[in-house]
Design a protein around this ligand. Structure first.
Ligand code: 5GP
Length: 189
């Protein structure tokens, strides 16, 4: 998606050989117009798939997921990283190792939001080692629902996540695919 690639080139900061900072439009300050365009793009790519729900993870996947959910006219669920004190319900839970925080967290979704007949589109902001997406897929599968596809905003294709998800049989659609970082520059596939 050219608009996103241009934005990464102009506003992204390459922190080292594997980490990109995009807090000016995605990870802290959010550009709603860009989120809408990306939501439209995900909706277009998965339009033939009878998606019934979108599942993402707090917090950076939420904005773009809501836009995709608006266009596809389906609810958006986000996995929580901490159990809320108001939650007294049955939960789906799995453990995810965080690439940026370098720690394992339980992620949870209330059982009442996923049903067996659901066709779920998983969306996340980044794909690195595939831990977050695999965890979200595990939650969908615990509910005996179907993972229809995985939509990623920024795929770092030089890391193993995309290959892992494809090998597991998932359809992966990434809006920007990065081949490498060199001298502070982003090289797209
Ligand atoms: P994975 O679970 O695929 O190893 O990593 C994806 C998760 O780690 C995303 O949810 C995202 O929060 C975070 N992440 C991975 N790589 C990057 C990166 O280069 N920049 C930022 N800002 N977050 C990343």
């Amino acid at each position: 998606m050219d608009l996103l690639k241009k934005r990464i080139q102009s506003d992204g900061q390459v922190l080292n050989d594997s980490l990109l900072k995009v807090d000016s439009f995605l990870n802290q300050q959010i550009d709603p117009q860009l989120m809408l365009k990306m939501g439209e793009e995900f909706a277009k790519r998965f339009s033939g798939e009878s998606i019934t729900k979108i599942l993402t993870i707090e917090s950076s996947g939420i904005a773009v997921s809501v836009m995709a959910g608006l266009i596809l006219n389906v609810p958006v669920i986000f996995a929580r990283k901490k159990k809320s004190v108001v939650s007294n319900e049955a939960l789906y839970c799995t453990t995810v190792y965080s690439f940026t925080k370098r720690e394992s967290n339980n992620i949870i979704v209330s059982k009442k939001f996923l049903q067996e007949e659901d066709h779920v589109l998983i969306i996340d902001d980044f794909l690195a080692n595939g831990e977050a997406a695999t965890g979200l897929a595990s939650i969908v599968e615990q509910a005996n629902a179907k993972v229809t596809g995985i939509g990623i905003v920024i795929e770092k294709s030089f890391q193993p996540g995309a290959q892992k998800l494809l090998q597991a049989g998932y359809r992966v659609e990434s809006l920007a695919r990065i081949a490498s970082f060199s001298n502070g520059q982003v090289n797209f596939l």
